[in-house]
Design a protein around this ligand. Structure first.
Ligand SMILES: [Zn+2]
Length: 62
């Protein structure tokens, strides 16, 4: 069994992103934690960056 040592990369009151020593990324939202491989995580990050956030926030984010 590989050891799972997590390094927190980001955390706020809503979500947390940890990089795990096994090579996976753990994204926690409330009680839910999604484990992603590095390619999945970077694809997700790219998708989020590709969103037109100005137009999204113009509609209002609660
Ligand atoms: Zn792990």
């Amino acid at each position: 069994m590989k050891e799972h040592t997590v390094e927190t990369m980001f955390r706020n009151e809503v979500c947390q992103v940890d990089r795990c020593s096994c090579g996976q990324y753990h994204v926690s939202l409330g009680k839910m934690t999604v484990h992603m491989s590095a390619p999945q995580f970077f694809n997700l990050a790219g998708a989020i960056q590709a969103i037109d956030w100005e137009s999204v926030s113009a509609r209002g984010i609660q």
